[in-house]
Each structure stands twice: as structure tokens, then as C-alpha cells.
Write a protein that binds this ligand. Structure first.
Ligand SMILES: [Zn+2]
Length: 135
């Protein structure tokens, strides 16, 4: 699956966002080295703290099904009812991704599914990280 297709999968996942409090819907699509794609959306909660981001939803789905090696993640976001646009992962999601990715090769893709798209490597997103190799 190429980066553009992965971004479109993220946009599809965004449609399932449960975001009545922030009104900000996010979708993510995580490409495992096996070739399988795991999608996620943000899931908010009335108590706020228990909510989960789209990226972590995708990571936890994948790891809970036996995947631990990943090639790329695509992310889109935007207010509910608007066209998906570029967003980058929050700090917590960056740390969760850091556990499972090769920083120099893992791609983080974002943009508009039918428009401008960017891809960067994870080491750009979270330089000087603390991960499994730090221990
Ligand atoms: Zn996050």
C-alpha cells in the first residue's frame, strides 16, 4: 500500500471518530510490516481523561493482534464535518509509536487525501527520544 492509499484509509477511519467534546475528528492508518493496515479514530469520554487518540487506537489494535513491526502511519484530522487535513501526533502518541518503530525509516504521513501530502521519518517527529534502546 502506498502513502496516498494509507492516507485515504486514515480519512475513512476518521469517519468513526467519537469526538463530541473537542469536535475534532482524527483518523489514523498504521501499516504493519506484514502488509496489514490497522486503523483508528479518536474516542473521547465525558470524563475527558479516559479518551484515546486515533494513533494509539491503531497501535493498540495492531499490538493486541500480534503485530509489533510497522512501516508507516497516516494521520488526518479536522473539525467534525470538515474535510480531513494535516495533523501530527500528540506527544503521548509519539512516545507510544517510539516503542515499536525504527525511527530512521518509519514514515509519518499526513495531508489531504486528495491534495497536498507530506511524509517525514519518525526521527524528525521525535528527536532525542527515550525508547527501548535507551534502557
Ligand atoms: Zn495522541
Amino acid at each position: 500500500m502506498d502513502d496516498r492509499e494509507l492516507l485515504k484509509e486514515a480519512a475513512k477511519a476518521r469517519a468513526f471518530s467519537y469526538s463530541p467534546y473537542s469536535d475534532f475528528a482524527v483518523g489514523a492508518a498504521l501499516l504493519a510490516k506484514s502488509g496489514k493496515v490497522y486503523t483508528g479514530c479518536n474516542v473521547e469520554n465525558a470524563a475527558f481523561t479516559p479518551g484515546n487518540c486515533a494513533e494509539r487506537t491503531a497501535v493498540f489494535k495492531a499490538v493486541s493482534e500480534g503485530e509489533k513491526e510497522f512501516e508507516a502511519v497516516a494521520i488526518v484530522g479536522g473539525k467534525n464535518g470538515t474535510k480531513p487535513r494535516s495533523v501530527y501526533p500528540c506527544g503521548v502518541c509519539r512516545q507510544v509509536l517510539c516503542e515499536f518503530v525504527d525511527a530512521e525509516s518509519f514514515r509519518v504521513i499526513t495531508g489531504e487525501p486528495d491534495g497536498e501530502m507530506t511524509a517525514i521519518t519518525f526521527d524528525t517527529l521525535l528527536p532525542l527520544s527515550f525508547g527501548p534502546k535507551s534502557l
